[in-house]
Design a protein around this ligand. Structure first.
Ligand SMILES: Cc1ncc(COP(=O)(O)O)c(C=O)c1O
Length: 489
């Protein structure tokens, strides 16, 4: 709402007693309660309102702060301060404020939605199904059923057969691991949440790449933690910037996706991995190496996880992995690999969180891990062909869009050359293609003039997606005035 319009809805705010910021906040709350400022009203920018009211900007900043503290307004990155409508109390207020704070276009929030059959949904970067996986892995053998006849089912750290299989899998990737170092989690998402719950206090800073896995940024918001962005280069995180950030007296937790980075598909090369490990050990920090995409390489296998690059680093580095990105998300199996006291603390908290991950997905994952090479050969081949379909359709239809071939992963980061990513994502939704606004990957929460596309869908779907994106781009070039914003999720 324009500041001039807002003024007409406030009654004699400046005649109230007390500090001006309190008076302004109270007047806004009263106008909201009386219905003259409905829920969802976007308040003017602080500077604009300050000019209209002839007060200092600080007065408006403090008034907005007061509204937020009361749960009467929320500030979303990039979209300003919005009235929450009614004043909520206690837990209800915190819950509402939290949901409002999650970025518009939240990928995770969108997962619960039903979408029409004609829509191409590229919001999540995930395999579209179990096709290609051996059916028998999903069927329980008589021997397995027999074991469970006399088993309570509570295995908080995971089924021994799966912990052994994961340890073997990591060892084959070059990170020597014992089954006792593995905690099975409900997807990598729970592994990340477990780490934050165990190691961080609300308000703590967490170092992250400036572009990163959106689900992690949403976890930070939920846990009331602050993302501290580190610049990204062609070889992944800028290790000099990381070194400087780690030099602080209390080194914060660092979260990196150094292998087939989500969203850019970049990989930190071996020698830089060792440097990063040394920096973390020297400063006494803790690094989370999210290796959830490690199995999904396109041209050549990646270096081993960072913990493998330095023996002492093991006590400071937690490696996270997942079955979702190369097998199937529906298994809901992830893992944490840690050592020493870090491992003990994580294990204690995992027990408290859910008493253990369900058996079914664990047994299927163990069975698939036994045949990892066979499964991965097929999946990588499919992935290369899907990537090629997406890349050639983009080159043909949208020659101005720039992207680099990812080393692996399931996403392609497309630079729109200065065009607004959010607007293009909204236009694409009108053409039946759902893509996440790239800002959900940005630790700053700002529009970064890019799109994250996944190439995990089959070739025909990729080509349909590019048709829709090209139509959206034509609309954009024709200066199609964005009509009422189509919610993307
Ligand atoms: C880097 C990264 N970490 C974690 C996850 C969460 O994976 P999961 O399905 O295992 O919870 C994802 C999913 O996209 C991811 O890309």
């Amino acid at each position: 709402m324009q500041a001039t319009e807002l003024l007409t809805r406030l009654t004699a705010w400046d005649q109230r007693p007390g500090p001006r910021s309190h008076a302004l906040a109270d007047a806004l709350r009263e106008a909201a309660a009386a219905g003259s400022l409905p829920a969802g009203t976007r308040l003017p920018a602080e500077r604009e309102l300050a000019a209209a009211l002839e007060v200092s900007r600080g007065t408006v900043v403090r008034a907005y702060d007061r509204l937020r503290q009361a749960g009467a307004a929320v500030t979303r990155h990039g979209s300003g301060t919005v009235l929450a409508g009614r004043d909520l109390r206690g837990a209800e207020r915190r819950g509402a404020a939290l949901l409002e704070e999650l970025p518009a276009g939240s990928i995770l929030a969108g997962m619960s939605e039903d979408r029409g059959p004609d829509v191409v949904d590229l919001r999540g970067a995930a395999w579209p199904g179990t096709a290609g996986l051996p059916d028998d892995a999903f069927v329980r053998t008589p021997a397995e059923l027999d074991t469970f006849r006399h088993e309570s089912g509570y295995r908080p750290l995971g089924l021994p057969v799966l912990r052994r299989a994961i340890a073997g899998h990591l060892t084959r990737q070059g990170l020597a691991t014992d089954a006792s170092q593995i905690i099975v989690t409900t997807g990598a998402q729970q592994a990340l949440d477990l780490i934050l719950t165990t190691l961080c206090e609300p308000g703590d800073p967490v170092l992250v790449e400036e572009l990163t896995y959106p689900g992690f940024l949403e976890l930070l918001t939920t846990r009331r933690l602050r993302a501290r962005p580190l610049p990204l280069g062609r070889d992944g995180v800028d290790h000099l910037a990381l070194a400087r950030a780690l030099q602080q007296r209390t080194p914060p937790l660092t979260y990196l996706v150094p292998t087939h980075h989500n969203p850019t598909g970049r990989t930190v090369p071996g020698p830089l991995r060792r440097l990063i490990a040394e920096q973390v050990v020297e400063t006494g920090g803790v690094l989370v190496d999210d290796a959830s995409l490690a199995e999904v390489w396109l041209d050549a296998p990646p270096p081993p996880p960072i913990a493998a690059s330095l023996p002492d680093a093991d006590a400071h580095i937690i490696t996270v992995g997942s079955a979702s990105k190369w097998l199937w998300g529906g298994l809901r199996v992830g893992w944490v690999r840690a050592s020493g006291s870090l491992l003990d603390r994580l294990a204690r908290v995992k027990v408290i969180l859910d008493l253990g991950t369900g058996f079914e997905g664990q047994l299927t994952t163990a069975s698939l891990l036994d045949r990892a090479d066979e499964v991965l050969t097929v999946r990588r081949e499919a992935l290369r062909s899907r990537y090629d379909a997406l890349a050639s359709a983009l080159t043909e239809q949208l020659p101005g869009w720039r992207f680099e071939r990812p080393t692996g992963g399931l996403s392609l980061w497309v630079d729109l050359g200065g065009a607004p990513g959010d607007a293009i994502a909204q236009l694409a939704a009108r053409h039946g293609v759902l893509v996440p606004p790239a800002r959900v990957c940005a630790a700053t929460g700002r529009d970064v003039g890019a799109l994250r596309l996944t190439f995990a869908q089959d070739e025909a779907t990729m080509r349909r997606a590019v048709d829709g994106l090209a139509a959206a781009w034509r609309d954009h070039l024709a200066h199609a005035a964005p009509r009422a914003a189509t919610p993307i999720v």
